[in-house]
Each structure stands twice: as C-alpha cells, then as structure tokens.
Design a protein around this ligand. Structure first.
Ligand code: NAD
Ligand SMILES: O=C(O)C(=O)C[C@@H](O)[C@H](O)[C@H](O)COP(=O)(O)O
Ligand code: ZN
Length: 348
C-alpha cells in the first residue's frame, strides 16, 4: 500500500484519481454528523456519483465497537467486496475508527484518510495507528494499518471551532518538544495563531513521518510520539467517566506535556528553565484542566493500561531537553499522581 500524504489544493483531486480507478468496485464515505454537513460538500465533487455515505454521531464517546458495527452492517447490506474503498472524512475519531473498521471488514479493504481537524491533519491520519476505545481505555482495540493515502485539504479547517483548533495544536507542540527545539522556540515567541496552517501541517507531518518510518510498530523510537500521553490519556479517560467534565484529546495531552516535563525535571533530565518555557507556552494556549487533588490517584491508575507498559512497569516518554525525547523511562503511579498535583498547584 502507498502511505503517501498529499497536502494542499492537489489533495482532493489526487483522491479522486484513486477512487475512479477501475480496480475500485465501490466507494463508501464515513463521516460524523458534523463532517457530513460541513465537510462533505467540499469533497463531494471528487467522489464517484454512486458513493454511499455512512454516518456516525460526533464525539469521542462514539469511538466504539458499536459505531464499527454501524459501518460493518452498512458495508454488508451494500454487499461491499474487497475492492471497495472506505473514505474517512473527519477528525481523529473518524480516521481512527474508519481505519480500524476497514482493516477488519473481510480481513481488510483499502481506506483513504481525509482529515478535517488540525489534530487529524498533523497527527491522527498519519502513521497507521487505528482503533477504538474499550471499557473506558483509550484505543484499547486497534491495529497498525496504513491507508491507501492521506489527503489533507487545509481549507476544511475554516469551519473548525477555535477550541478544536487548539486541541490539534497540542500535538504540534508535542512534535516540537520531542524533535525540533528551533521550531519550539520560534513558535513560542510567535504565539499559536497563524494564517499559514499549511506550513505547520507540512512540517508536523514530515516530523511524524520520519519517526514512524524508523519504527512503524512502536517497538522503540515511535514511543517518542507518545510524549504527554501517559498522563494525557489517563486524564482524558478519567474525565470521560465524569459527565460534563470531558476534555478534548489535545487538551488532555497539553496537560500531559506539562506533567511529563515536570517528571523529566524530577529525573534530572530537563532543567527548571526549560520546564518554565514549556509551561508558559502551553498555558498561553490552554486553560488548566479542572480536577481536585483527591482525584489524582484515580486518574494516575489509568496509566496502568498504557500500551507502552511492560508488565507492571509504566514506561513513559520524557524529555532530556527541549527537542529531545527519551522513551522507556519507568515511572510509578505515585509519581504520576505527584505530577498531577504539581499541575494542579500551578497558577495558569
Ligand atoms: N491514530 C493516531 O495516531 C492519533 C493521533 C492523535 C489523536 N488520535 C485520536 O484522535 C481523536 C481526536 O481527534 P479530533 O480532535 O480530530 O476529534 P474528533 O474527530 O472528535 O473531531 C472533533 C470535533 O470536530 C468536528 N469536526 C471535524 N472536522 C470539522 C470541520 N472541518 N469543521 C467543523 N467541525 C469539524 C467533529 O465532528 C467533532 O465534533 C482521539 O480519539 C485521539 O485518540 C489518534
Ligand atoms: O502515532 C503515534 O504513535 C502516537 O502515539 C500519536 C498520538 O498522538 C496518538 O494520540 C495515538 O493515538 C496514541 O496511541 P496509543 O498507542 O497511546 O493509543
Ligand atoms: Zn495524541
């Protein structure tokens, strides 16, 4: 399979060329209730006339096997064969879930990613991680499966609300922190708002692709891309159990970046000055997440299910400097809880 990422005005025409090949029997488009309304109109001209829309409700709480069931029932009802292509039009929920559903249907049909949030354009649609949440744990079921292509049209961002844009920016900051100190320092001075998302997307995708190419199945260096996620996923999962207090993925990752940077300082890997720069930048974009000290142990325990763990050891990715990640750093539940208490005490 070709795992190319095409970014810019040529992306949707390139997708059209793929979908109109004789080897493609049928085209299905997976969208959520928002992207079906707001994003499908821009895509529609590039689809074959007989495409079929499959719609799921929007939101992380629908990144489930039940939503996969909807996809699989529709593909089966339409007698989709192995030459069908599923086009995933949406944010990371749709691209993760659609990729997973496609990988399992009849042992695998091709899928194309058309990411419509900043988060999905810089991160979720790239690198072949697909999956759904299960029993309250993030991406607990999933496969590594590369799409037939990733087609990034930055114009989709025009309808995205600023909270979602910021959420995606957390993954951009993560990329700079693990591998690009210069970009981190330039952008922390410039501030997060830009009128040139295309450049940010291109650079972020290239950085992620370099790491994924080295270690597609996350046996080693790919764990760098999980910086902020040991704590971030724990927070996101915990808050998903608290109706009305849910955090977006990127908001939880932003908190995770601060907590895991603090853990890096505790290990003597990162300086207090560097932590201060990271906090200043993160809090110039994000408000602090709301939780109380009493909750920190329960939050930290979610990290016991993190996919980087080995047995009882929680393996975290930390920083050995801005722009330098280090993976497989053992941390305890108690240390994670302490990092959350540090975050809680900060004046944002
Ligand atoms: N596979 C990976 O490598 C990877 C990487 C990062 C995150 N993720 C996953 O991605 C998910 C988060 O993705 P997300 O932040 O895109 O969330 P999302 O898919 O829930 O999209 C956010 C919201 O924006 C709406 N939306 C999407 N595009 C829009 C547009 N152009 N205009 C208006 N509204 C639009 C959606 O309907 C949704 O309500 C999480 O489940 C996370 O675990 C996966
Ligand atoms: O591509 C990767 O590898 C990442 O870890 C990117 C993360 O931003 C993303 O949230 C990913 O889905 C997390 O994967 P998981 O294995 O921790 O579930
Ligand atoms: Zn992420």
């Amino acid at each position: 399979m070709d795992n190319s990422v095409i970014i810019g005005p040529q992306a949707l025409p390139a997708l059209a060329e793929l979908l109109h090949r004789p080897a493609v029997s049928r085209v299905f488009v997976l969208a959520d209730s928002n992207t079906a309304r707001l994003c499908l109109p821009l895509l529609e001209n590039h689809l074959p006339a007989n495409y079929k829309l499959i719609e799921i409700p929007a939101g992380e709480e629908y990144k489930t096997l039940a939503s996969c069931d909807t996809v699989w029932c529709e593909l089966t009802a339409q007698r989709a064969d192995r030459h069908a292509v599923l086009v995933n039009l949406g944010g990371g929920v749709v691209t993760d879930l659609g990729g997973f559903a496609a990988a399992l249907y009849k042992r695998g049909i091709r899928f194309a990613q058309v990411p419509t949030t900043l988060l999905a354009q810089v991160d979720a649609s790239v690198g072949g991680k697909t999956g759904v949440d299960f029993q309250g744990y993030k991406n607990q079921l999933g496969v590594f499966q590369e799409p037939a292509g990733v087609f990034v049209e930055p114009r989709f961002l025009q309808t995205l609300d600023p909270r979602q844009l910021k959420s995606g920016y957390a993954e951009v900051i993560k990329h700079w922190l693990i591998a690009d100190a210069d970009a981190f320092n330039i952008n922390r001075r410039l501030g997060w708002l830009t009128d040139d998302w295309t450049t940010i997307i291109r650079e972020s995708v290239a950085l992620k692709q370099r790491i994924v190419a080295e270690d597609p199945l996350e046996a080693g260096p790919r764990k760098l891309l999980n910086f902020g996620h040991t704590v971030g996923h724990a927070l996101e999962s915990y808050l998903l159990t608290q109706p009305g207090r849910e955090a977006l993925h990127g908001e939880a990752v932003a908190a995770g970046l601060v907590c895991e940077s603090w853990l890096s300082v505790q290990r003597g890997l990162l300086s207090a000055e560097e932590l201060d720069k990271i906090e200043t930048f993160v809090f110039s974009v994000f408000n602090k997440l709301d939780f109380v000290t009493l909750e920190t142990n329960a939050i930290a325990e979610f990290a016991l299910q993190d996919k980087k763990n080995a047995g009882a050891t929680i393996n975290c990715t930390l920083l050995s400097g801005i722009g330098h990640g280090v993976y497989d750093q053992a941390v305890t539940v108690a240390e994670i809880a302490e990092s959350l208490r540090y975050y809680h005490r900060l004046q944002a």
